[in-house]
Design a binder for this molecule. Structure first.
Ligand SMILES: *Cc1c(COP(=O)(O)O)cnc(C)c1O
Length: 228
């Protein structure tokens, strides 16, 4: 079988096995296939195997692939850093954005959204509190979520994090627990979030064990990305 299809099916199988192993309800974890730096034809192959959700990090690259895949009903997620001169394209060419961490950017996306269907967004949280990483700090998240509420063309769906790289499983779980605790805290204070975007190729099991509802997998499906 085609390697891409094979990788997709084994990733889906892993998700299923990890749900079972950690007593998570079946089918509670969605797969977002992260296709950055991989060609449109690879996306098409996976789409034809049944994958609907794809994640991209770079606007120009994504627009070019979207143009080549116009005939496919793909749900596009933007997961990279957002420059303010790119908000118009991002707001109108994606159904989801996982990397919201500045109110100024959120306001621009809200103003520039043309569709009546709101844009689904997740707040990116810097759970490892690394100074080089994007994201709001945990203690700022609730206040930030309140600031997003008046923006009617945005729909707050959940939280996203990219934790520090760690190989120890228990440490990975401890990082993800910070995000799932925060998620619960927001839902207990009146927000209605349904998306916990956490887990990548190297830490998918720890993320699922801590309640992830959407894992973002690139390398395990598409193989290594070329350095630029
Ligand atoms: C690239 C990327 C991923 C996928 O990472 P892999 O390790 O290749 O699975 C997930 N999330 C974000 C935000 C990314 O930029």
């Amino acid at each position: 079988m085609n390697t891409l299809k094979n990788n997709l099916l084994s990733t889906l199988k892993n998700i299923q096995n990890f749900e079972k192993k950690h007593s998570i309800r079946e089918n509670s974890v969605q797969l977002l296939a992260v296709s950055k730096k991989h060609p449109a034809e690879a996306i098409r192959t996976l789409y034809q195997t049944g994958q609907i959700h794809f994640g991209e990090n770079f606007v120009q690259e994504a627009l070019s692939k979207q143009d080549q895949l116009k005939d496919c009903s793909i749900t596009w997620h933007f997961i990279g850093p957002i420059q303010s001169n790119k908000t118009k394209d991002i707001s109108n060419h994606f159904q989801w954005i996982h990397s919201i961490d500045r109110i100024k950017i959120a306001k621009r996306l809200n103003e520039q959204r043309l569709s009546q269907t709101p844009l689904n967004i997740c707040i990116q949280v810097n759970i490892s509190e690394e100074s080089t990483k994007s994201g709001v700090l945990c203690h700022q998240a609730i206040d930030f979520a309140h600031q997003l509420m008046p923006l009617k063309h945005l729909k707050l769906r959940g939280l996203m994090a990219i934790p520090q790289r760690m190989s120890d499983f228990t440490q990975q779980q401890a990082e993800f627990k910070k995000l799932s605790d925060l998620y619960r805290q927001l839902n207990n204070s009146g927000f209605q979030l349904d998306t916990l975007s956490m887990g990548m190729s190297a830490d998918i099991e720890a993320a699922i064990s801590m309640g992830s509802t959407m894992v973002r997998v690139g390398t395990a499906i598409f193989g290594e990305r070329k350095i630029n």
